[in-house]
Design a protein. Structure first.
Length: 260
């Protein structure tokens, strides 16, 4: 029994229909999928998918570089409405900090404001937050710390950092989620975190259509491939595939309490 805790089912990279993606995943033992929104428009697509497919749940947010030019207060109100009107929306994400070289992106100070407003929304609605982190380690940790006393929980999706940072994340009570990146020979540094993370604090995901497993590099990733992430974790930890599948499933359900 597998769960893909993070993917983007309506991404433009897909030539396949959402029906085909979901059916393909189910045929490989994936019983639940969390579809992730990144903008008001994409959030609407997620809402459609959670209504259409029993296997699909959703998390909604505003990505650091999406919906630029829209007043932040308006974005948050639209997001709040989308979340509260749909019971299968089980998290706020993906949101966070992205300090990249993209010249048309949102300024860092604006990102910080938007991210913190989404943390507040997660606390208000008692939902976990799905964190996107590219170059924002300390900014994100410091903002999270402001809301820990209000029972903020969540996961650092697509974890790609050293064990030293993983420990900081885990010390805050957050989870970390692994992708097909752990299968890449160039990312052996990630394997220390795979090996050392407590058994109740890791999730698995595809981040599809991105980050296909090593043997599928160059292809468009799909939720069905989450099994390869579980297989690699089992190999690194010296455990069975079945045990890793069960642990990741139960961990995801424990964090995202709206999954039934």
């Amino acid at each position: 029994m597998l769960i893909d805790s993070h993917c983007h089912l309506t991404h433009k990279k897909y030539a396949k229909s959402v029906q085909d993606l979901v059916s393909g995943a189910v045929s490989e033992g994936v019983t639940k999928i969390i579809d992730i929104g990144t903008s008001i428009k994409e959030n609407a697509h997620v809402i459609h998918n959670i209504v259409e497919f029993d296997e699909v749940y959703g998390a909604l947010a505003i990505y650091p570089h999406d919906d630029i030019g829209v007043e932040p207060g308006r974005l948050i109100e639209s997001l709040r409405q989308q979340v509260v009107e749909n019971k299968k929306i089980i998290g706020i994400g993906e949101c966070g900090i992205d300090i990249s070289s993209w010249e048309h992106g949102r300024a860092v100070e604006e990102q910080k404001f938007l991210f913190e407003e989404q943390l507040k929304l997660a606390v208000e609605l008692n939902l976990p937050v799905v964190i996107h982190n590219r170059g924002g380690d300390e900014i994100i940790l410091n903002l999270i710390k402001k809301y820990l006393s209000k029972d903020l929980t969540g996961v650092f999706h697509c974890f790609a950092s050293e064990w030293e940072f993983a420990k900081k994340v885990l010390d805050l009570g957050f989870h970390i989620s692994f992708t097909g990146m752990i299968t890449y020979p160039s990312n052996k540094r990630l394997l220390e975190s795979v090996k050392k993370v407590p058994q109740d604090r890791f999730l698995i995901e595809t981040d599809a259509p991105y980050l296909p497993p090593q043997d599928m590099r160059g292809s468009v990733n799909e939720p069905k491939n989450v099994k390869y992430v579980a297989m690699k974790i089992a190999e690194v930890r010296g455990e069975s595939f079945e045990n890793i599948s069960e642990l990741s499933y139960s961990n995801t359900c424990a964090l995202f309490k709206g999954i039934i």
